[in-house]
Design a protein around this ligand. Structure first.
Ligand code: FES
Length: 129
């Protein structure tokens, strides 16, 4: 049985790398009129980007504007029922979606820009160009 084709990367500029400091999280709109959003978390020189959708119900995760992290800022925490996810791989370690993962998107850091590859997004969330 032939393997399905791997989608080509669809690199999209997210922000200037100085706009996101260590320990911060931030929400970003998706291009193309998609009503869903992404969020990024920076830890030291690494940036992690996920779809803003809890595996439990599909609800947005954030508590408020750009607030995705637990009180001690060591985990991503869903505002609805409190599920907690590791920042570095999006694995749920506590809550109703235990052992499920956030939808992670590949990130590359240029000299100035943070870019995210939108090609892994579930097709239903992308609109045709
Ligand atoms: S919607 Fe996130 S824990 Fe229930």
């Amino acid at each position: 049985m032939p393997m399905p084709p791997t989608p080509s990367p669809a690199w999209h500029p997210l922000c200037h790398r100085d706009e996101l400091a260590h320990g911060e999280s931030r929400e970003f709109a998706l291009p193309g009129g998609d009503t869903r959003s992404l969020f990024a978390v920076r830890q030291h020189q690494q940036v992690y980007v996920y779809l803003n959708s809890c595996p439990h119900t599909g609800a947005s995760l954030n508590w408020g504007a750009d607030e995705f992290l637990s009180f001690d800022r060591s985990l991503i925490q869903c505002s609805l029922h409190g599920a907690q996810f590791r920042i570095d791989d999006g694995l749920c370690i506590w809550g109703p979606c235990l052992r499920q993962r956030l939808t992670a998107l590949p990130v590359r850091l240029g000299d100035e820009q943070v870019e995210v590859d939108l090609s892994p997004l579930p097709a239903r969330l992308r609109r045709p160009r």
